[in-house]
Design a protein around this ligand. Structure first.
Ligand SMILES: [Mg+2]
Length: 356
């Protein structure tokens, strides 16, 4: 089998409503779609999100896609490791555009073996609950959002916190008081808390039965201290720079849990190494996402269902998009499962690739 054609296109998909975190707001999903076709008629799809968060933009994504295309054209697409090496030799960074290519290759791999991808990657479980993110806002708005998703059957909430620890605690205790003890509440400060405030917050969060706190402070020293002393578990997200940075942080015991985002680390192939690496340090992982659609969310979901060291997923953003570029990703009462079709299991809307 040979790669016969590679197409890519950038589209902005608007969100139903804009979404805020401690580091800024998002109103669009900046989507870089890739379609790889083979001489055997198998077609694979991927999508990445080149943003300031990954140090990329549409220009760099297009530039590097053209270089990747020149070098991998004619290769066997299931030589995924070899193709990753080619991409890494062209650029060290640019994880989002690599994620798009890597996902399309894994989609082809699944289709070539006529099996859903998670079954080929190891098949630990057939479904998993995702958390739904409650964006940063005033208390009443956040409470209203939490109520809305809880009514829809979501039992895992991820609550965004800002620099104001008291406001954060107020939101967390209000949600706990209103929704009761059965709801799973996680929190994410996106590195915005001062260390003193974070120390105080984790003490109260323990009494509120908060499952874990993601990236309370931004710096490594603060994370190490909190990991040693916090009564609730601390998760790293933004702290982890890339796959080579991860083992150094694990050696320093800078977190209890790791949030691995395929868009930040270049796709399934790299994430597999990182999740394995975490397992060796007894650090369970969550698979998270940026503002992503069903194509890339499916890549994360298949990996999550395959690997025993993925204990949590936060793969909700496709629910916030105004329109979906693919069908086949199922979610019911917060429980995610892919379709039984091969590869990513998606039916992609081909109109995406129509030239304007
Ligand atoms: Mg986070």
């Amino acid at each position: 089998m040979k790669i016969e054609e590679i197409e890519f296109v950038y589209k902005k998909i608007p969100l139903e409503r804009s979404f805020a975190t401690a580091t800024g707001g998002v109103s669009n999903s900046s989507s870089f779609f890739v379609r790889i076709s083979t001489d055997e008629g198998i077609v694979g799809y991927g999508c990445g999100y080149p943003t300031s968060g990954t140090g990329e933009d549409v220009k760099s994504a297009t530039y590097f896609s053209n270089l990747f295309k020149q070098d991998i054209f004619g290769m066997n697409p299931i030589r995924i490791e070899s193709i990753n090496s080619v991409m890494d030799s062209i650029t060290y960074g640019n994880p989002a555009v690599k994620f798009a290519f890597n996902t399309a290759l894994w989609d082809i791999f699944g289709k070539a073996h006529d099996s859903p991808l998670y079954m080929l990657l190891g098949y630990n479980r057939p479904k998993i609950p995702t958390s739904i993110t409650i964006g940063l806002n005033d208390r009443d708005t956040m409470l209203k959002e939490a109520r809305y998703w809880h009514k829809k059957g979501f039992s895992h909430l991820k609550v965004k916190l800002g620099a104001d620890a008291d406001a954060g605690l107020d939101v967390l205790s209000s949600i706990r008081a209103e929704l009761g003890p059965d709801v799973n509440i996680r929190a994410d400060a996106n590195g915005s808390l001062a260390l003193n405030d974070a120390r105080r917050l984790v003490g109260v969060a323990k009494d509120l039965d908060i499952e874990f706190l993601e990236q309370p402070v931004s710096d490594e020293g603060g994370m190490v201290e909190l990991t040693e002393t916090s009564p609730i578990r601390i998760m790293a997200d933004e702290l982890i720079g890339d796959k080579y940075h991860l083992p150094r942080l694990l050696g320093k015991r800078a977190f209890h849990l790791a949030n691995i985002k395929l868009n930040r680390f270049g796709g399934i192939t790299n994430a597999l190494r990182m999740i394995d690496c975490c397992e060796l340090f007894e650090v369970p992982c969550m698979l998270g996402c940026m503002s992503e659609n069903a194509i890339s969310i499916s890549a994360s979901l298949h990996l999550a269902l395959a690997h025993t060291n993925v204990k949590y997923v936060d793969l909700d953003t496709f629910l916030f998009l105004k329109h979906q570029p693919a069908k086949g990703l199922n979610i019911k009462k917060g429980i995610m499962r892919p379709s039984s079709s091969p590869g990513l299991g998606l039916e992609v809307d081909e109109r995406i690739f129509k030239k304007a």
